[in-house]
Design a protein around this ligand. Structure first.
Ligand code: E4P
Length: 215
């Protein structure tokens, strides 16, 4: 499983990229709004930091509007992937964009049927939302398992991005369930790296090193 960073924060992206484990970025209107900066400038800046897929979302609700926005946004950089919401109109837009070789990430997926339809419309990625599904007492990881099984059974090449990741356990479970990618918030990346036993181990090594006779 690969890792994308789920943020529009430039400092977080710079820091995470320095680790060498992040190969893409996902944004959404909420994440863009949180930064209080211009959408286009933010996305272009991200493309300069990460040489991989950068998801940027349309806000139109009709297929024609989505396609128009998508063509404008995708003209900013070849690595941009257009995030399209999983609706009737969204599927129409994905089909049109796929014909024009514009990569899409169908977002707000909450059922295997939605994922299957998005894939058949020509989506490059589907984003099932693990955390938001769990929030309503549904099994977000079972959703990933079902989609991964169906895609594997039918040899569907659309990649599964486990989205709405809230905890390090979500990441482990998404990997076990067969997600191709997990898009993770910066805070979860920090939590994945840290372990109290690692900290204790370093402390002990340094204490013992003090006992080594110095010349
Ligand atoms: C990913 O593509 C989504 O933008 C994101 O994971 C949503 O996460 P949230 O449910 O924590 O807002």
């Amino acid at each position: 499983m690969k890792f994308f960073l789920d943020t529009a924060n430039i400092n977080e992206i710079k820091e995470a990229v320095s680790l060498g484990v992040i190969c893409g970025v996902t944004t959404n209107p909420t994440l863009i709004a949180k930064e209080g900066r211009d959408f286009q400038k933010t996305i272009i800046e991200i493309t300069k930091l990460v040489d991989g897929p950068i998801s940027a979302e349309v806000i139109s609700l009709d297929a024609e509007g989505m396609v128009k926005e998508a063509l404008e946004i995708s003209s900013w950089h070849p690595n941009i992937v257009i995030k399209i919401p999983m609706t009737w109109e969204g599927l129409k837009a994905v089909k049109e964009l796929s014909k024009k070789n514009v990569k899409t990430n169908v977002t707000l997926i909450f059922s295997p049927n939605q994922a299957l339809l998005a894939a058949r419309a020509g989506a490059t990625y589907v984003s099932p939302f693990v955390g938001r599904f769990t929030d309503i007492s549904q099994d977000g990881i079972a959703l990933i398992t079902d989609i991964a099984d169906i895609f594997s059974l039918h040899d569907i090449k659309t990649e599964i991005i486990a989205a709405s990741i809230r905890t390090p356990m979500d990441v482990i479970n998404a990997a076990k369930a067969g997600a191709d990618i997990a898009t993770i918030p910066y805070k979860v990346l920090e939590q994945m790296i840290k372990h109290p036993m690692t900290d204790l181990g370093i402390k002990k090594f340094l204490e013992d090193w003090e006992k080594v006779p110095k010349k």
